[in-house]
Write a protein that binds this ligand. Sequence first.
Ligand code: NAD
Length: 239
Amino acid sequence: MESSTEPVRRSLKSARVVAFAGAGISAESNVPTFRGADGLWRNYRPEALATAEAFHGDPRLVWEWYDWLRGVIHAAQPNPGHLALTELQRRAPEKFTLITQNIDGLHERAGSHDVVKLHGDLWLLRCTQCGWEGRDERVPLTPLPPLCHCGGMLRPAIVWFGEMLPVDEWERAMDAAQSAEVFLSIGTSAVVYPAAGLVQVAHRAGAKVVIVNPDPTPADELAAWVLRGPAGEILPRLL
Ligand code: NAD
């Protein structure tokens, strides 16, 4: 079901569009995905570190990994894929919703706004004792783990495996998926639930699903169009 970009480009005109992004859109900015070939750090699987259990077991180790990731992201720049989504939003802001699973902030650095962030933000920290939350963009962070004014340990304000998604963001995502006419699923392996379920929600509600990914995903069977290739090359062709 491989497709050319031209019919997709036409379908985006004057349609209600949802762009649903995963770690793959930031791969061309050299931010590693969890499941790709680069998905190992000091012989640990990042997926195993992205849990509350790992954090409680060894907060310093988990913070070392996130501090390393913050450094990688800090040195990265948004790529043509992020910029193409910003341009789609600029053209029809009232008909475009960007939902991301990413925690890197690269969509905002590319100029996107009102991003629905399902998995939180790596640049926000939250106190495990008093619940204080605030932005901290220092690279590297010291000390590790960082401490709150109350003396409690801070954690990244992101959603770890096994944790609830933020209710407001999830409701915004569901509303957008249910009313989408075109649903672009970009750079996501579509296996991390509940976020991955948005593709089915949009499809059931009648949206035309478009997959942008160099590799097959379980969501391909729902797609009207599958665009095989890197997001940074394909998305600019949809403008
Ligand atoms: P994922 O499940 O979204 O998988 C990455 C997908 O991107 C794969 O399907 C891969 O084929 C595809 N891909 C690789 N290069 C691509 C490219 N150039 N263009 C388009 N697609 C490409 O992501 P994951 O790595 O398994 O992460 C799961 C969760 O972990 C995310 O939902 C997120 O919360 C977090 N995470 C975030 C970041 C980030 O913020 N950049 C990075 C890693 C993990």
